[in-house]
Design a protein around this ligand. Structure first.
Ligand code: ATP
Length: 200
């Protein structure tokens, strides 16, 4: 089973590509969703977070107090690094476990690891090739503003904290240009799927 890493900056169109691939019946491992589940109630990772950040990071009912966590880690770089390392490591392990389960089913020609922080978190070591979705900055800014109803400045703030696009492009095997229409986007994906042996 070929494992394809799918990544891209904010508003590049990763989710749009991922939905299209899902419709084509390609299994998707969603790193963002897995990372959100890590801090959901009953998650075993909560006890590790308790060891790291203490009881103040939790509400009385035992659920994670996200605001308290943010306050603690953003005022302490060392703590932030340890917290982020914990979440990154656990996310990566769970992604790998899901990929292994899919491979063991022996029915998939390919699976996609959808990970906005694929390169930042070193998850490309699990993949056979990596696809970067990209669009020009003005288009990304416009689409995210439309989608989320936030200011251009806010979108730029989010974009600035990510790894720069040229570094990602240098590490990608394929660049999917999503500056045009959805039809143009889907045609590019169809060509990539054909290359790896998937029917349209
Ligand atoms: P984020 O990283 O912020 O989650 P993303 O990379 O997953 O973003 P999408 O949510 O797929 O990006 O796309 C951003 C917005 O642009 C969405 O509202 C989507 O419907 C729209 N969009 C994506 N591609 C196109 C396109 N080719 N033409 C028009 N709209 C598009």
């Amino acid at each position: 089973m070929k494992i394809i890493g799918l990544t891209g900056g904010i508003g590049s169109g990763k989710s749009t590509v991922s939905s299209y691939l899902r419709k084509k019946n390609i299994p998707i491992v969603d790193a963002d969703q897995i990372s959100r589940e890590l801090t959901a109630p009953e998650s075993p990772v909560l006890s590790e977070i308790r060891i790291l950040l203490g009881e103040n990071a939790f509400h009385a009912d035992g659920s994670l107090d996200r605001q308290a966590v943010a306050d603690m880690i953003f005022s302490n770089t060392q703590l932030r690094n340890r917290y982020e390392n914990l979440i990154t490591r656990e996310t990566a392990e769970r992604c790998l476990a899901q990929l292994r389960r899919l491979a063991a089913q022996k029915k998939w020609k390919a699976a996609v690891l959808d990970a906005p922080l694929l390169f930042e978190c070193g998850m490309e070591k699990y993949t056979d090739e990596n696809w970067l979705v990209d669009a020009d900055l003005a288009t990304r800014l416009f689409r995210v503003q439309q989608r989320d109803g936030i200011s251009e400045e806010k979108v730029m703030d989010r974009i600035r904290v990510q790894m720069n696009d040229s570094e990602k492009a240098a590490r990608a095997d394929e660049i999917i240009d999503n500056s045009g229409s959805l039809e143009q986007l889907y045609a590019q994906i169809d060509r990539l799927l054909e290359r790896i042996g998937y029917e349209r």
